[in-house]
Each structure stands twice: as structure tokens, then as C-alpha cells.
Design a protein around this ligand. Structure first.
Ligand code: SF4
Ligand code: SF4
Length: 431
């Protein structure tokens, strides 16, 4: 089977910039919807004093992760932040007391069993730090009687241009990535692990190969640098040759995929008990004088973060995430969420108007999922649910490769997102 991929410029300008921990902000605006799944309900009231690591929102839903205070201070407001998805997200505002006090609840969890481990992962507030935001406890909480995975795959592909936060994690905290992998293998009884890293990151590959040398059941796989190598299904195929069928999860073919930074965070949490209150973020773009990686408190404003990278002018495009799968932010005064792995700032970036399809077929050749983006676009324009279903629109991973290669600059990937939502609606209605 041939999996189509495309070549992209790497622009990894911040790769050799050691992560700088930014000072804690005077104010944090923390969204209660930082993951895929249920929005959390605040567990604090206005006027409450909180310390770093205190739970401030949680949910009983399986598909959720608790949210914690990233600074110490007073809860001053419940507000709504206009999310890049276009929805208003309920958020909790904390004004700092300047003391940076850590909660008494922050202590290493006691783990003696699989159940203890899974409970600790949930309590940590861990979600996929690669950008998808899937709650980690949900991903790891498979029913071993139903399907037991035999491969843990650590996703260190980081195939989007500019972003180097996972790369810096390997370079600076490779030991933690390995430790997190060993913990998951031990408590979830997974016999083998593959760490997938693109071959444009030779130092990370070398470092992890050195660390894993005495573990015969852990291999470091140098992946061809191509896009979208880090998409879950593509990575599974590249590292194991297994295929995840439409509508199924990686566990269906015996795999669990965890982002490398998430893996390092789990190791940290088990050792310290400090939940997910900060993360590494890449700041880059054509007006950023000092492309960098920062360790930042969740809820800190992006405007405050980018001040540390020095801008050459005002951006006319702000992308949260990578240029392929990220989304444009309306403004810089936007709080950092657990899923933001990059902020990219550009000036004079071209805006293209789509022209007619010339039937060149490039979008089809670019699609790693073997879809026909041009046919999907037509089906969506006709609001033809049956055709969308027949053309497997739900297999689209929204990688953006089709839009990128299209000489007519058609918004193919964007349309697929709308098409999937349309199909969901029609399916609910029983059409
Ligand atoms: S966005 Fe979807 S249709 Fe387009 S190349 Fe990626 S997977 Fe294929
Ligand atoms: S790449 Fe663009 S122009 Fe070419 S077939 Fe696809 S939609 Fe049409």
C-alpha cells in the first residue's frame, strides 16, 4: 500500500533554542474546555483563594480531564473567551497574589496497580499535547479484556513546519519521554514501544537511541520527513505497517499512540504530582526576531508570551498551532490553552482567492488517506450526504495537504471539516 505524503519546507528556526521558562503572569484566564469531550464545570467560586495545582474545574464525563490553577491568587471572574473554533468558551479568571504558592494537594501519587496509574493520569489533567487534546486517561483506559494493545507508539514526528516544542522535549527531557513510556508499558502491560521521530531531527534520534539502548523492546524509528507523518493513522502505518480502519481507534489494531511531550509530562506528574499547569510553546513567524521555545503557564495571554520573542512590526496573521493544521486567532489577547504547541506571527502573508478546479489531480495524489478531495468538495457543495459518506469524508484527518498543493487555491480541507459536520447532522436526522 502506498501512503501519499507531501514535502514541506521545515522552517525549524527555533530548533536549537533552549526552552526558556517565562515568569508566571499576573493574571491567568483558564478555559474549562481545553480538551476534546465534555466542558468542565467550575469547582471554585468568585473570591476563592487558589494555589498552583488546585483543581478549579472538573467533569464526571469519561471524555474529560480536570483543569487546574496555573498561578496562585484569587478567582475574580467567570468569563467567556471567543475560541478559534468560533464558540464562546467558559473560562475562569485568576488574579495573582504574586506568591506563586503550590497547593498542598500537589504530591506524587501512590501507584500500585493499573487502576492507580489510570486514576493518577486522569487527576493530572493530561491531554494530548501535540494539539489534538484527547484526554490521556481516556486513551489509556482501554478494557484489557476486549482488546489488549501490543504496541505503544510515541509520536515525535512533529511534521508541521516551524514547531519544535516536541523536538526540544526530546533534547532537554528525553529521559522523561523514556520514563513515561516505561511507566505506560509497565502499568498497562504493553510489551513493545516504538518512538517515531522524523529524520530531519537527527539529534533527537541519536539521543533517544542512546537512552533506549538497554531496552530491547523499545525501538526508535527514524521516519521519512514528510507530511502528515505525525497523523495518528499515518504514524501507525509507518511504524508498524498496520491499518486503522474507518471509524475505528488505534486500539483496534493493537496500538496506543501518545505524543512525546505528553509522555514526558506523565513521567513528571508521577514523580512530582504537579498537574498540567504549564507547557512548552514555539513562537516563530516572519516578524519574530528571536524564534524560541518557552515554558508558559496555561492561561497566560499570547500577547504577553510573544513580547519575549520580540516582534518586528504588527502581525496580520496569528496562527495557533502549525501552518497546516493550526487555526488563525482573532487577536493576540488570547489565553494559552493546554493544546497550543505554537504561536506563529506573520506580516504581509498572501491571501489567495480560489479559482476554478483545473482537474489536475494533485489533491488526490497528496492525500495520505487515499481520498478524492475535489470530489468531496463537489459533494459538499451539492449537500449530498450519501456521496460524502460513499467518498469516506470521515477518514479526512484535516491535514490540509490537499489545500496546500492545489494550484487553484481551493479551500478543500476547510470544506471537508464543514462536510463532516454536515454529515453528522444528516446522520442524526436519519437522512
Ligand atoms: S485534509 Fe483530508 S482530504 Fe485533504 S489531504 Fe488531508 S486527509 Fe486528505
Ligand atoms: S488540486 Fe485543485 S485544481 Fe487540482 S484537481 Fe484538486 S481541486 Fe482541482
Amino acid at each position: 500500500m502506498t501512503v501519499h505524503k507531501i514535502r514541506l519546507p521545515h522552517f525549524k528556526h527555533s530548533a536549537e533554542s533552549e526552552t526558556i521558562a517565562l515568569p508566571l503572569p499576573s493574571r491567568a484566564v483558564i478555559s474549562t474546555a481545553q480538551h476534546l469531550g465534555a466542558v468542565c464545570t467550575p469547582t471554585v467560586n468568585i473570591g476563592d483563594k487558589v494555589k498552583i495545582g488546585d483543581v478549579i474545574a472538573d467533569s464526571d464525563a469519561v471524555m474529560s480531564a480536570p483543569v487546574h490553577a496555573s498561578i496562585s491568587g484569587t478567582v475574580t471572574a467567570f468569563t467567556e473567551v471567543l475560541h478559534i473554533s468560533g464558540r464562546n468558551m467558559p473560562s475562569i479568571v485568576i488574579e495573582s497574589d504574586g506568591k506563586n504558592e503550590i497547593s498542598d494537594a500537589v504530591k506524587p501519587p501512590v501507584i500500585n496497580s493499573r487502576e492507580d496509574f489510570l486514576a493518577a493520569v486522569r487527576k493530572s489533567g493530561s491531554i494530548g499535547l501535540g494539539g489534538a487534546g484527547f484526554p490521556t486517561s481516556m486513551k489509556l483506559g482501554f478494557d484489557p479484556k476486549e482488546k489488549h494493545p501490543d504496541k505503544l507508539i510515541i509520536n515525535g514526528a512533529e511534521c508541521e513546519p516551524y514547531i519544535t516544542s516536541d523536538y526540544r522535549c526530546f533534547i532537554e527531557e528525553g529521559e522523561k519521554v523514556l520514563d513515561g513510556a516505561l511507566l505506560m508499558m509497565k502499568y498497562l502491560d504493553i510489551p513493545e514501544c516504538v518512538i517515531g521521530i522524523e529524520d530531519n531531527k537527527p539529534k533527537a534520534i541519536e539521543k533517544m537511541r542512546g537512552l533506549c539502548a538497554s531496552y530491547p523492546n523499545i525501538t526508535v524509528c527514524a521516519l521519512k520527513s514528510s507530511y502528515p507523518q505525525g497523523a495518528e493513522k499515518t504514524l501507525i502505518y509507518s511504524t508498524t505497517g498496520r491499518v486503522v480502519k474507518e471509524g475505528q481507534l488505534p486500539i483496534s489494531c493493537g496500538c496506543i499512540v501518545i505524543n512525546s511531550s505528553t509522555c514526558a509530562f506523565i513521567s513528571d506528574y508521577i514523580k512530582t504530582g504537579m498537574p498540567l499547569v504549564s507547557r512548552r510553546i514555539t513562537v516563530d513567524g516572519n516578524i519574530v526576531k528571536k524564534p524560541a521555545n518557552f515554558k508558559v503557564a496555561v492561561g497566560m495571554s499570547i500577547a504577553e508570551i510573544v513580547e519575549h520573542a520580540e516582534l518586528d512590526g504588527e502581525p496580520d496573521r496569528i496562527i495557533l498551532g502549525g501552518p497546516m493544521m493550526g487555526a488563525c486567532a482573532f487577536e493576540l489577547d488570547y489565553p494559552l490553552s493546554k493544546t497550543n504547541n505554537a504561536v506563529l506571527l506573520f506580516k504581509d502573508s498572501p491571501i489567495y482567492s480560489p479559482s476554478s478546479c483545473i482537474r489536475c489531480g494533485r489533491c488526490v495524489r497528496a492525500c495520505s488517506m487515499g481520498l478524492m478531495p475535489t470530489a468531496l468538495e463537489t459533494a459538499f457543495d451539492m449537500r449530498d450526504a450519501k456521496a460524502l459518506s460513499r467518498l469516506n469524508v470521515n477518514l479526512c484527518v484535516n491535514c490540509g495537504a490537499c489545500s496546500y498543493v492545489c494550484p487553484a487555491k481551493r479551500n478543500l480541507a476547510e470544506k471537508n471539516q464543514l462536510a463532516k459536520a454536515f454529515l453528522r447532522e444528516q446522520t442524526k436526522k436519519g437522512v
